[in-house]
Design a protein around this ligand. Structure first.
Ligand code: ACO
Length: 330
């Protein structure tokens, strides 16, 4: 028997520190006008010294657990989408498990860049449907400012820190209409060079000699990423809609990855979606990679925008390239 996977609670956390466009004007050759018109971003959150990705997850998870009426001990798996793990070893999910005191949980990090949360949701859905687990924490969390090159105006104006998460659980009432109705994930490793960190891995370890190249920080060909992001997110949304037997008119809210307001507008246009149904908070957080969709999801929850019975389409695209989408009925 296939079980139904539902989202029973969501949470998010963003650090208190705010980096405004005016602050960035003092760091690189840029302007508030350029940043707002090209990206839609006005400010982003930055972590305090010593704050790690796992700390973000723990704070967000506490909110999600409380809302779902679950305890840390109920968690059978912790899945963390992140490209900014606390350490290369152990995984951030391991650190979270210890800090939350969730002794039963299997622990797994997913490195799918901005698509990390959607990948986690797809995996969580499959694990619950297969009957392997009943309760899973899926988080997208990034201390992205730790890999941002503040000498590169092409990228440093874009990124911020934070975490969002969801508790994915087996439906107890057998309601077939609610829950994670569809999920689609995909990727294209041939395009990895367009958004990468070439130094600091096993191929080219970080050394005192190559440190000045800044290859251990995020590099991106924004223009190329832009084109692929719109195309692949739109395609993925159509695949999830087909999987669920729905059309875009059946969707009540679209939560796209908050990378660039122009990407969001282009995506809405390509999907022939009503722009009023598209949730946007990029102006306050910038691009928080895997955290962006679940932060937006929980904000929409807190604001009362998502009501019982609504269908929400989420989609993300990021380095790898990796992308995906999911449809959830609440
Ligand atoms: N301030 C002022 N000027 C700037 C800045 C800046 N911060 N950054 C770039 N410019 C300049 C460039 O140097 C260029 O000048 P030139 O014409 O003299 O060479 C000009 O502005 C235009 O540059 P473009 O790169 O063409 O600008 P574009 O309109 O494409 O916007 C941006 C750049 C915002 C990065 C956009 O391409 C984008 O959002 N791309 C997608 C990013 C994305 O989706 N990432 C998702 C994944 S992120 C992840 O996985 C972690």
């Amino acid at each position: 028997m296939t079980h139904r996977a539902v989202i029973v609670g969501t949470g998010h956390y963003t650090p208190d520190g705010i980096l405004t466009n005016a602050d960035l004007e003092r760091i690189v050759d840029t302007s508030d006008e350029w940043i707002v018109s090209r990206t839609g971003i006005r400010e982003r959150r930055i972590r305090a010294n010593g704050e790690a990705t796992s700390d973000f997850v723990v704070s967000a998870a506490r909110e999600a657990l409380e809302k779902s009426g679950k305890q840390p001990a109920d968690l059978e798996a912790i899945i963390v989408g992140t490209v900014t793990p606390d350490y290369r070893l152990p995984s951030t999910a391991c650190v979270v498990q210890q800090k939350l005191d969730a002794p039963k949980a299997a622990v797994l990090d997913i490195a799918a860049a901005c698509a990390g949360f959607i990948y986690g949701l797809a995996l969580g859905k499959a694990l619950v449907e297969a009957g392997m687990y009943r309760t899973i924490l899926v988080a997208g969390a990034e201390a992205l400012t730790s890999i941002t090159n503040y000498e590169d105006r092409n990228t440093c104006v874009l990124f911020g820190d934070g975490c969002g998460c969801a508790i994915v659980a087996r439906s107890e009432n057998g309601d077939r209409d609610r829950g994670i109705l569809a999920a689609h994930i995909s990727g294209d490793g041939r395009l990895g060079d367009l958004l990468n960190m070439p130094i600091g891995g096993s191929k080219v370890p970080l050394t005192p000699e190559n440190y000045h190249e800044r290859g251990h920080l995020l590099h991106m060909d924004g223009r190329e990423v832009f084109k692929h992001a719109v195309r692949e997110m739109a395609d993925s949304c159509l695949q999830s809609l087909a999987q669920a037997g729905l059309s875009v008119e059946d969707i009540d809210l679209i939560i796209p990855h908050q990378a660039n307001i122009r990407i969001i507008d282009a995506l809405a246009k390509k999907l022939h979606a009503d722009r009023d149904k598209v949730f946007v908070n990029i102006q306050r957080y910038g691009n928080t990679s895997s955290a962006s969709v679940p932060i937006a999801l929980n904000e929409a929850m807190r604001m009362g925008i998502i009501k019982p019975g609504m269908r929400v389409l989420m989609t993300a695209f990021g380095g790898g390239f990796a992308w995906g989408s999911a449809i959830v009925r609440f």
